[in-house]
Design a binder for this molecule. Structure first.
Ligand code: NAI
Ligand code: BGC
Length: 261
């Protein structure tokens, strides 16, 4: 637990499913106020309802498309209207859909870039504006991926968006370090969330992915939430512009295991 997080306010985009929801739950457990963003129609799952029942007004659900400027500004407003100011902003929302690059329609490229990279920019900008207004030494956490570094055929748009997130994170971290504002990214490997539901429903594909993780385990969302709690907290007060890999070693060139090569 990170006691300094108690009473602080976080915004988490894509906060009602998968990694986002796990981070929302962890932040609520830490005693934070949380605005969980969703896009389109809200799917009130049993898990989400249970969080609402348990935490009441400390959890606000707000609709915002992270690729839409006005939506992101209104998301920030939902946070300040409810809780006064913002301390932590997690740009977690993201999408992926495979296409051979030669067959990739431009609008599919653009959609992924707009949500995964444009959304990170818009969320970061909204957070920075609030931090500066209130002289908050806030923390921005961007959900990148091992694919900010590992090439991923048929996901060129996705890998480009995550590689862009890395450089964006480092640049903004440098730009605002003097103000005590920290900007970091998390690079999950293969984690069991809705984004992977179809793939992991097939035992062969799941086993194939497991074999690509040196620790031989598909990750749980809570492993990523642990990293998000650390990066939000004072324990990470000297950590900025870094990428925290939460991947069971997936980014360590597993093909070289055992001395191959
Ligand atoms: P997920 O599909 O459950 O989460 C994505 C969330 O983003 C959903 O809640 C979705 O509604 C939301 N979203 C999509 N478009 C949006 C938009 N325009 N505006 C607002 N919200 C939008 O899957 P998961 O795994 O939780 O993904 C979260 C993030 O983690 C993504 O950025 C993904 O790229 C990243 N990631 C996931 C990994 C995994 O293995 N699950 C590994 C590495 C990175
Ligand atoms: C993707 C997952 C994939 C993981 C490892 C993530 O960025 O969202 O679908 O399993 O990388 O390849």
């Amino acid at each position: 637990m990170y006691t300094d997080l108690q009473g602080k306010t976080a915004v988490v985009t894509g906060g009602t499913t998968g990694l986002g929801m796990s981070i929302v739950e962890r932040y609520l457990e830490e005693g934070m106020n949380v605005v969980a963003d969703y896009v389109g129609e809200l799917k009130m799952t049993d898990d989400l309802k249970a969080l609402q029942d348990k935490y009441g007004k400390k959890l606000v659900l707000a609709q915002a498309d992270v690729s839409n400027e006005d939506d992101v500004d209104s998301l920030a407003k939902a946070a300040t209207d409810n809780f006064g100011s913002i301390d932590v902003w997690v740009n977690n929302a993201g999408i992926e859909k495979p296409f051979a690059t030669a067959d990739m329609p431009y609008d599919e490229w653009q959609k992924v870039i707009d949500v995964n990279l444009g959304g990170v920019f818009l969320g970061t900008r909204a957070a920075l504006r609030d931090f500066q207004k209130n002289s908050t030494k806030g923390s921005i956490i961007n959900m990148s991926s091992v694919h900010q570094q590992i090439p991923w055929p048929t996901f060129a748009h996705y890998a480009a968006s995550k590689g862009g997130t890395k450089m964006f994170t480092e640049t903004v971290a440098l730009e605002y370090a003097e103000q005590g504002i920290r900007v970091n990214d998390i690079c999950p490997g293969a984690i069991d969330t809705p984004i992977n539901a179809k793939k992991f429903a097939d035992p062969k594909q799941k086993a194939k992915t497991e074999s690509m993780v040196p620790m031989k385990e598909i990750g749980k969302p809570s492993y990523v939430a642990d990293a998000a709690a650390f990066l939000a907290s004072e324990q990470a007060h000297y950590v900025t512009g870094t990428s925290l890999f939460v991947d069971g070693g997936m980014a360590l060139y597993p093909a070289f295991e055992g001395g191959a090569g």
